[in-house]
Each structure stands twice: as structure tokens, then as C-alpha cells.
Ligand binder design. Structure first.
Ligand code: SF4
Ligand code: SF4
Ligand code: SF4
Length: 323
């Protein structure tokens, strides 16, 4: 079985467990580093962005109280250690699997892959994004990460109403789209109360419409903007599972660049360092699998090499790909 096929099977299994697992009493907690949306009532594990936003709405409260002359350092520490119990799990699973949460396990990532397949089946061309535009779009994920931290903190300061605690969820396209898979359409629509929730619902419909079009015409378009990717990127020096390069073995065939679902070029362009980590990498390992130079790209878990590129493997892989 090729890595590509194994990944496809894993993605579908993860989709089933994370979307329907609740029906079978599966609960993987609320620190999952991918968009496994808890707005699906039956989800088997929750996207950490929701828990993280909630934590941001109480984490700094004791500190603010201390600055105001009330509260104590003990309360600050207690709150912080409670936060660490959730964040610690997130950190551990990211260190173990790095970006592979995106390439192998994220249900919203798989939804984007299905849309790409549909576009390909309809024989429509993929939209091009110049490197300059890609760089700009890609930076937005950090803006969204700052937004999803700042809004709940402002709620805790009393500057914003509680509707802003889940400020990112309120505009996240996974919120209306993923519950559709369990027959729940009620996040698709506009709430007309004239309050913050109405404004969020209008924004959500506009963003979701734009993202559906973007994801259909550009492979993994939402991933470029996803704040989960930005959060996972913060732990990049510690990933155990990653792609590395042996630059001297590279024959410059360009298969890695062509095979990358995120249009990354780092694994192709790097000619000196073994580190070919790209901030937009989804950890799919297509690059290593497609590489036709013996030993040029490898997938490593800590010090252990678990896959190494080879001419033979790539020839077998491409022989299986229908023209
Ligand atoms: S970057 Fe893409 S694959 Fe990763 S968590 Fe976000 S939506 Fe999922
Ligand atoms: S709405 Fe988006 S960010 Fe919020 S929990 Fe669902 S997938 Fe995560
Ligand atoms: S750089 Fe490699 S592992 Fe990362 S997204 Fe591209 S093909 Fe996948």
C-alpha cells in the first residue's frame, strides 16, 4: 500500500471517528489539534480552538484582579495550572504528530480534499495563486490567531459582551458546514435579533460562501488561513514527525513541488539545510513520496527514519496514477 492510499484510509477513518464517534461513546477530549467541530453534537473529540478561546476568557482574570489590588498570586497560579492541563495535552499531541494532524486527520481538511476531487472530476482547472498573493493570504492565519486570543481577553476585561468569547467559531466555516454531515443545518442561516449574534451570523454566511468557492477552486484554500495551523506552527521546533532533506541527493526533478497540496516550494528549493519545514505544510508527506531521487527526502520520527524517497517507489507510485 502506498503512503497516499494509507493516508486516504486514515483520513476517512478519522473523519468517521471524529464526526460520529459520540454516538459510540468515543470521546477524545477537547484538545484535538484539527477542526473536529464540537458544533457537531456527536463529534468524537473537540477542536482545541474552542477550548482555547474559552480559556482566554478566564485565564487572565486573576491577573487583572491582582493588578486592581484584589486577588492573589495563588489564584493566578491555580488558574494558569488549570489552563496548562488542557494546553499541555494539545502540546503533547502536536509534538508527537506535528502537522500530520492537518494532512492525515482533520475532517475539515478531508472536506477540502473532497471538493478538490469534485473539481477534478468536473475537469475544472485549479485557480492560480501567485507567490506574492499566497504569502499575503498565508499571513492572515496569524491575524486570525491574534483575533481569537484578543476577543475573549477583551470579554474578560468587560470591554465586549460574552457573544465574543467564541469570536473565531462565530466566523469559522466549519461551524455551519461540518454539522451538515449529521443532518444538522441550523447553523446555516441568519439570526435576525439585531445584536452581535446577528452580525456574526451574517458574517459567517458571507465567509462560508467565500470559503466554499475558494476551497472548490484552490486545493486546501482554507488551510492557508486556518488559525489552528498558526497555533501548531508555534511548536515547530519540537515536532517529532517531519520531512527532512538530504540536499546532496536532490536531482532537482521538481516532483516534490508538483505533488504538494499546499503549493510549498521549500522542499524543492532548499539546497543546504536538512530542515525543509514550511509554515504552510500540512504534513501530508506527498513530497517525500513523489521524490524520485534516492534518499533526498525522508520522513522522520525523532531520530528514526520511517520513509526515504526512492526512484523505484516514485516510479511505482506514478505508474498507479491515472493520466
Ligand atoms: S490547517 Fe486545514 S487541515 Fe489543518 S486544522 Fe486547519 S483546516 Fe484542518
Ligand atoms: S467552529 Fe471552527 S474553530 Fe470553532 S470549534 Fe468548530 S471547527 Fe473549531
Ligand atoms: S511540503 Fe510536503 S508534507 Fe508539506 S504539505 Fe507539501 S507535500 Fe505535504
Amino acid at each position: 500500500m502506498t503512503i497516499k492510499r494509507f493516508r486516504l484510509v486514515t483520513q476517512h477513518l478519522a473523519f468517521a471517528v471524529l464526526t460520529y464517534g459520540g454516538h459510540f461513546k468515543i470521546s477524545l477530549g477537547s484538545a484535538i489539534p484539527c477542526l473536529s467541530c464540537p458544533f457537531i453534537g456527536s463529534c468524537g473529540g473537540g477542536c482545541y480552538l474552542m477550548a482555547f478561546q474559552r480559556a482566554m476568557s478566564w485565564l487572565f482574570l486573576p491577573l487583572f484582579q491582582l493588578i486592581d489590588g484584589a486577588g492573589s498570586w495563588e489564584q493566578v497560579w491555580q488558574t494558569f495550572s488549570y489552563f496548562l492541563s488542557g494546553f499541555g495535552i494539545f502540546v503533547i499531541v502536536v509534538i508527537l504528530f506535528g502537522k500530520s494532524w492537518c494532512g492525515w486527520l482533520c475532517p475539515f481538511g478531508l472536506l477540502q480534499d473532497w471538493m478538490t476531487r469534485l473539481r477534478q472530476a468536473l475537469k475544472l482547472r485549479e485557480a492560480e495563486l501567485s507567490n506574492r498573493h499566497k504569502r499575503v493570504v498565508s499571513k492572515l492565519k496569524y491575524v486570525l490567531l491574534a483575533y481569537l486570543i484578543a476577543m475573549p481577553v477583551m470579554v474578560s476585561l468587560g470591554w465586549l459582551p460574552r457573544d465574543f468569547v467564541l469570536a473565531f467559531c462565530n466566523i469559522c466555516p466549519a461551524k455551519p458546514l461540518m454539522p451538515i454531515f449529521v443532518g444538522d443545518f441550523h447553523h446555516l442561516g441568519i439570526t435576525a435579533n439585531g445584536d452581535a449574534r446577528s452580525i456574526f451570523s451574517i458574517l459567517l454566511m458571507i465567509i462560508t460562501g467565500g470559503m466554499v468557492a475558494g476551497m472548490f477552486f484552490k486545493e486546501r484554500f482554507f488551510c492557508l488561513l486556518c488559525p489552528m495551523m498558526a497555533l501548531i506552527n508555534l511548536l515547530k521546533p519540537f515536532y517529532l514527525l517531519k520531512v527532512v532533506k538530504e540536499p546532496e541527493a536532490c536531482q532537482g526533478c521538481g516532483n516534490c513541488r508538483r505533488g504538494c497540496c499546499m503549493d510549498n516550494e521549500t522542499s524543492y528549493r532548499e539546497r543546504i539545510k536538512p530542515n525543509v519545514y514550511d509554515p504552510d505544510c500540512s504534513g501530508c508527506f506527498n513530497c517525500a513520496e513523489s521524490c524520485a531521487s534516492d534518499g533526498s527526502l525522508a520522513v522522520k520520527f525523532g531520530p528514526f527514519k520511517i520513509f526515504s524517497s526512492s526512484r523505484r517507489y516514485a516510479a511505482k507510485l506514478f505508474a498507479k496514477v491515472k493520466p
